[in-house]
Ligand binder design. Sequence first.
Ligand code: SGN
Ligand code: CA
Length: 691
Amino acid sequence: MIKLCPLEAALCVCLLLLSSAACFTQGEKMVSSPPNIIFIMSDDHAAQAISCYGSKINETPNLDRIADNGMRMDRVYCTNSICAPSRASILTGKFSHKNGVLNNVNSFDGSQENVAKIFQSNGYQTAMIGKWHLKSSPTGFDYWNVLPGQGLYYNPSFIEMGERKEYTGYVTDLITDFTLNWLDSLQEEKPFFLMMQHKAPHRNWMPNTPDLTLYDDRDIPEPNNLFDDYQNRSSAAKEQEMSIEKDLHLSYDLKVMGDFPGGKWQVNFMKERLKTMTEEQRSAWEAAYTPKNEAFLAANLAGEDLIRWKYQRYIKDYLRTIHSVDVNVGRLLDYLEENDMMENTVIIYTSDQGFYLGEHGWFDKRFMYEESYQMPFIIQYPEKIKAGSTSDALCMNVDFAPTMLELAGLPVPEEMQGTSFDQIVLNGNTPNNWRKTTYYHYFEYPGVHAVKRHYGVRNNRYKLIHFYYDIDEWELFDLQEDPAEMDNLYGKEGYEAITEELKAELKKQQDQYDDHPEDFNKLLERKQKDHLAKGKPIQLLKEPNNAYGQDPLSVLTDGQYWEYNLYSSIVYTGWLGYNDRDFEVVLNLGEVKNISSVLLNCYQNTDSRIYYPTEISLAVSDDGKNAQAIQTVKPLVTEEYKNGTQAFQLTKEKLNARYLHISAKRLAMVPKGQSGELKNAWLFVDEIIIE
Ligand code: SGN
Ligand code: CA
């Protein structure tokens, strides 16, 4: 099958007239016909685990095919090393603080311009298949079929154009099946833009059944700094919660069955997943893991031996899920070859960011250190890109949208902050005026894995990082002398000049991209308010869950409360949380007061299964017992489940009262289609504000 477009028809005419090479000029560039674009992205796939990048731990022959046919780029970086933000930057060509996705909590505003919309409005057929993770529904795609939230490895659901469907099978295979089906359905005369986004190799690394025993016959080499002690690094490096030793759960992450200490959901996760497997899947799983797990338990490992074992189990499962990605990319490449679609198709393989494969003793990402900062990026376009070429130009994920657009000869909107690197891939060299520095800003703190907020710059040789928010610490690395970033040079004699230079560069980058982190602290302060209930005694008729009830009696009336804004992160302190009962309190104002407003402040964060209440009631009494109902409010909970805080108003009229009886009903279960569906939902309540 050959995909032709109207321009190609025009081209044929051109050909007849000129009887020369199959091209015409458009602006400066020679374009034969608009290329198809296939953007393949996996999740958390570090360059260290791709053989064309020199992996010491695995082979990825099919990904290598792309590099062999085209270009391998060695210095492509993300602007915020975490899933949803990277995806939003890729779609919009803008940094997190401009596209509104600073962390995995924010929901993507689909009304803004994005790369798919531009392809779509220029006659391209567009599709998004696989992991989306941006909460709102995809915009700019003629066809979309995405995983809800993080998605599942085995027998996952997908949301196809808004409709949820269940499948039997392995997620990486299914995403590829859907992709090939979509390619089969295309109109031949129009070009296409396809984003195919794998879930693998995301935590908790569940391999496909044929791959469960891959690597059983060998030890995977350990990184040299598996036992890093973070000497002379910032406290951010010391205080993270992403260590192989401390933070990998034996059952949830490492698939040993048993009641190991940890969060309840972590303990139960694998048991629950096994129940949802088909007979065939489960028996393959058990046949592979049971003997290995028994040997592990019998060995009774401790100390460094235990860490080494954890590393092996983690890395092997991670690499196994990558093996399936590689095989499936091979299926796609074969399909394109068989259908004669290779020549005029740009194929990109990348990952939303890198990952720690034991370096510094870690898994996960977030830090601006190379392993998770770098994105693999290989690109082929046989008609135009020299096979087997490489580039070390400094590029960022905000450049992807401009690059893809320019490769297709389409205009790049002003608001996109990235710069097209199409000339770098097409010509194989870096122009003199290309950027000398990349800029980075990570926001999700407080949050899972406890990586502090930081921003920084990197040039060819050095990297400067500033950790802020609740600390103020710097790191400086000489990447030429210390590629593993073990020796923080900040404040050391002899590095004053380079530090000053990089600080000036940092300021310049922040001005250029209009990013002003010093403003965020102000925005994040908890709101302070004097009100009638402040400091007044409260009786809890139902106890909150003790995970969040640090000081339940004061939290509700301490005159402080969270108000959500764009820069908010996942904040778990200062709330009362309920997940198996409702909220019910009696507040004593001490004497009868004249009241004109009663507000109850609540939090919604669907990623963490926290939902607004379904019903809130207010009653009053003068003895704290015989209450007279005043009002019941049923908050309108829309299907979009927007994250945020809301202060619900509980009176319509002025009233006089001494005791207020306030209750709020929890949404019983996480709604279908939301992450953590059918588990208990949480209710988070903060301040009762009375005026
Ligand atoms: C989950 C993972 C974290 C991971 C985040 C973000 N925990 O919370 O390990 O850092 O997602 O990942 S898990 O126990 O649920 O697997 S991201 O890809 O969405 O950014
Ligand atoms: Ca409070």
